[in-house]
Design a protein around this ligand. Structure first.
Ligand SMILES: Cc1cc2nc3c(=O)[nH]c(=O)nc-3n(C[C@H](O)[C@H](O)[C@H](O)COP(=O)(O)OP(=O)(O)OC[C@H]3O[C@@H](n4cnc5c(N)ncnc54)[C@H](O)[C@@H]3O)c2cc1C
Length: 366
C-alpha cells in the first residue's frame, strides 16, 4: 500500500457495505486490498439495523426489482460462504390498516413477480400461535428473512482477511490525496496510504469525506430507533418478522426480540428509551407469553439516506480512482450492489443495473 506502483484498492468504512465489498473483491481482485475503519467493523449504523432482508413497497418498479434480485444474491452469498452467515429465512408476515389495503399490498407484490400469499386468520393463528389479535387477512412473504448484521459484517471481514485483505481498524481517514483530479490515496492522522482506487463506504461519514474534495454528497443522516427486549428463559413470542401499522418486530438469533420504531424528534418524551417502552406495551398487548419481557437497550441509529432515497453507487466523476457506495436498506442491498460494483471497480465495465443510481443524477452534477 505504500508504493504508488502497486495495484491496490483502499476501502474506507467497514460497515455492512465495506466488508461485503471487501469479501467480493478478495475473491476476484489480484492486487492489494486494505479496509480501513475509524472504529471497528460493524459498529457504525449497521449494528443498529433491524436487518430485515426485504423487497420494498410503493417504490419505482426498477427499484423493487433490484430488491428482489438482492434477496437472490443473499442466497448466492450464503452458498458461497457455506452457510456461515446464519441467515434466517423465516419469511415476513404483514398486514395493513384494513383488509382491502392488505389485499392491494398482496396483489401489487404478486404483479411484480414477488412470492407472496394471503393468510386467513386461521392460517395465521397456526404459524403465530401467540398473537392475540388477528386480522381477517395477512400477507406472507416467504422469501424474506433476517440476519444479525454485526455478526454478518464480522464474519465477512474474517473471511476476507483469510483471503488476504488487510484490515486497519481504529484509523480515522481524514481526507483523500489527489494529484489534480486523480485520487492517489488517503491520509490518516499518522500517515498517507497510496492506492490506485479509493472506495468510500463510510455510511454518513461519506458526507464529510467528500466535503474535503469540495463535493457535496446529496445524502443526510436519517434517524431511526431500534429496541432490544429480552425475557428470562422464554423464547421470543413470534416466529417470523411481523410488520403491522402498530409494530415492526422479529425474533433475534440470540433469543431476544427486536423492534424497529420511527424516530419522532429529540425531545425527552420521544427518546429511544421512551419509544421502546411504548413498543414494549404494544408487544405485551399483541402477544401472549410476553409477561416477563423487558427492555434491554434502545438506540437511535443514523442511516445514510440519499436525498431521493435511492442508492448512490459508482464513480465520483470529477475524480479518477474514486468510487462511492452509500444507501439506505444497505443490509438488504449490500451483496447485490457490492457484487455488481466489484466488476466495475476491477474491470472498469459499467453494470447496466447500476446506471439509475449514479451520483450524476442529482442536479449538482458531481
Ligand atoms: C433502526 C434501523 C433499522 C434498520 N433496518 C434495516 C432493515 O431492516 N433492512 C436494511 O436493509 N437496512 C436497515 N437499516 C439501514 C442499515 O442499517 C444501513 O443502510 C446500513 O447499515 C448502512 O451500512 P454502511 O456500511 O453504509 O454504514 P455503516 O454501518 O455506518 O458503516 C460505515 C463505516 O464507516 C466508518 N467510517 C465513517 N467515517 C470514516 C472515516 N472518516 N474514516 C474511517 N472510517 C470511517 C464507520 O466507523 C462505520 O463503521 C436500518 C437502520 C436503522 C438505524
Amino acid at each position: 500500500m505504500n508504493s504508488k506502483n502497486q495495484s491496490s484498492i483502499i476501502i474506507v468504512g467497514a460497515g455492512i457495505i465495506g466488508t461485503t465489498l471487501a469479501w467480493y473483491l478478495s475473491c476476484n481482485f489480484n492486487g492489494k486490498i486494505m479496509l480501513i475503519d475509524k472504529s471497528e467493523a460493524g459498529l457504525g449504523v449497521t449494528q443498529h439495523a433491524f436487518a430485515w432482508l426485504n423487497v420494498s413497497y410503493g417504490r419505482p418498479d426498477g427499484y423493487s426489482k433490484l430488491r428482489q434480485l438482492a434477496l437472490r444474491e443473499w442466497r448466492n452469498l450464503d452458498r458461497l460462504t457455506n452457510g456461515q452467515l446464519n441467515i434466517n429465512w423465516s419469511g415476513a408476515i404483514s398486514w395493513q390498516e384494513n383488509e382491502a389495503a392488505t389485499r392491494q399490498f398482496i396483489d401489487s407484490h404478486s404483479e411484480k413477480g414477488f412470492k407472496i400469499r394471503g393468510l386467513t386468520k386461521h392460517e395465521l393463528q397456526a404459524i403465530e400461535p401467540n398473537l392475540l389479535t388477528l386480522p381477517e387477512l395477512a400477507a406472507f412473504s416467504e422469501d424474506e428473512g433476517y440476519v444479525d448484521p454485526t455478526y454478518v459484517t464480522q464474519t465477512l471481514l474474517k473471511l476476507a482477511v483469510a483471503q488476504g485483505i488487510n484490515y486497519l481498524p481504529n484509523t480515522d481517514v481524514l481526507a483523500m490525496v489527489h494529484e489534480n483530479n486523480k485520487i492517489t490515496g488517503i491520509t490518516t492522522s499518522t500517515e498517507t496510504l497510496y492506492a490506485d482506487q479509493v472506495i468510500i463506504t463510510a455510511g454518513v461519514g461519506a458526507i464529510e469525506l467528500l466535503k474535503t474534495l469540495q463535493v457535496t454528497l446529496p445524502l443526510f443522516a436519517s434517524p431511526s430507533i431500534i429496541a432490544h427486549f429480552q425475557s428470562r428463559g422464554t423464547p421470543p413470542a413470534m416466529k417470523h418478522i411481523i410488520s403491522t401499522p402498530e409494530m415492526e418486530v422479529r425474533p433475534a438469533t440470540d433469543g431476544k426480540t427486536l423492534c424497529a420504531e420511527d424516530y419522532i424528534d429529540d425531545t425527552p418524551e420521544h427518546s429511544a428509551t421512551h419509544i421502546a417502552q411504548n413498543a414494549l406495551c404494544t408487544l405485551k398487548k399483541s402477544f401472549i407469553s410476553t409477561d416477563d419481557l423487558n427492555l434491554e437497550k434502545a438506540f437511535t441509529g443514523m442511516r445514510p439516506m440519499p436525498q431521493d432515497e435511492m442508492p448512490i453507487v459508482g464513480k465520483v466523476t470529477d475524480f479518477n480512482g474514486l468510487y462511492i457506495i452509500s444507501m439506505h436498506a444497505a443490509v438488504t442491498l449490500a451483496p447485490l450492489i457490492c457484487h455488481l460494483a466489484q466488476d466495475e471497480i476491477i474491470h472498469n465495465t459499467e453494470q447496466a443495473a447500476l446506471s439509475p443510481y449514479r451520483l450524476t443524477r442529482f442536479a449538482s452534477g458531481n
